[in-house]
Design a binder for this molecule. Sequence first.
Ligand SMILES: *Cc1c(COP(=O)(O)O)cnc(C)c1O
Length: 464
Amino acid sequence: MTFMANLPPTQELQQKDAAHHLHPFTDTQELNEKGARIITRAEGVYLYDSEGNRMLDGMAGLWCVNVGYGRKEIQEAAMRQMEQLPYYNTFFMTSHPPVVALSEKLASLAPPHINHVFYGNSGSESNDTVVRMVRHYWASMGKPDKKVIIARKNAYHGSTVAAASLGGMKGMHAQGGLPIPDITHIDQPYWYGEGGDMDPADFGLMRARALEEEIDRIGEDKVAAFIAEPIQGAGGVVIPPDSYWPEIQRICDERDILLIADEVICGFGRTGNWFGSDTYQIKPDLMTIAKGLSSGYLPIAGVLVSDRVAEGFIAHGGEFAHGYTYSGHPVACAAALTNLEIMEREHIVEGVRDRAAPYLAEKWAALGDHPLIGEARSKGLVAALELTPDKAARAPFAASKGTVGLICREHCFNNGLVMRHVGDTMIIAPPLVISNSEIDELVNKAAKCLDLTLADIKARDLYK
Ligand SMILES: *Cc1c(COP(=O)(O)O)cnc(C)c1O
């Protein structure tokens, strides 16, 4: 490619990047001292940087490139749509073929009680839509006091004001005076970190019942909804005990509140079914979707809306005073539709369920024997490793949280593997098309980097 041939030297790109680009979730001073790694191309599950290094992308970009990189078909679909109709809005009682086709496709993939979609451009925006929509729904139903949304500590729902408020990340709330009013947070079902001596199943029940207690505390007549990720992703791949979701569903059924599943990571095959809600057999009233919807090829997101909410809202809500210029953007819809067609044609979701997930589960579990690992857990193609100086006690390191995790991540990057750290938890979510031999490579590289990390932290007196 000519673009590649004309690439300026890495240092020049790094200098210009440092001079003009503010990166998300980044300490700019720290980055600028080091210089950004410049990613120039990608193919399948591999990334290539400007220095010619090849890396296995264990994070599928940012949990999104589910069909892998280099899909010509998506590129061509987007090009064709650009030629035909690059943009038109969906505000003025107008629609267009790609948004109609994608909406029909999503209704067919979603659980049977879900048949409508409202579009945004990112998971964050779509969670803002969720806040607006559930409050408007209850107001339309004559219950304007049902406004409170219960979420969870350490949840991630995005980075806009409403989405970060739904999220339960203390560091995010501290910047900018969040959360906004009428959002509260209950404890998460994180057994490894917070379960102590409890049996995981009992712990899962206890953490689910925290929802019931919170509804009682606030008053059912004031609670609009509960929102949660089927598996918490950015919080460190918190896979709930099996007892958790059925109890949450019971509570939502008994109480007059809506259940919202944030499927931004779990949706589109990550857990071995189309949605995390299918895996945990829950029946949400709303589902937020993004990332895997287009495999990240273009930004597009949405809220899938159940018949209950859609019917109430359509019959009694009048005009919903909300929407985005790019809601249902035709080019993004065309890319998403093609992505979903690829997933169906290649049976990618079944491939995760029947081949890749069981294969990864076995190999990943073996990493649990490493002296640095307190727990190795996985579900579908999302997995975590808990780093610890003391396996039996599941103890944290004496060094500040994330110190060892970052060291481990750097060893991974330097050895051709993108594995992310959340504190001292290492996490992966590779493209869903990863082959068994690529899984071998991923796990072997992870094992090697654990060895390097262990030697490194011993040398720096951090292994305690
Ligand atoms: C990434 C993510 C979001 C936010 O999506 P953006 O497209 O980054 O705004 C919301 N919820 C979950 C569960 C996510 O992982």
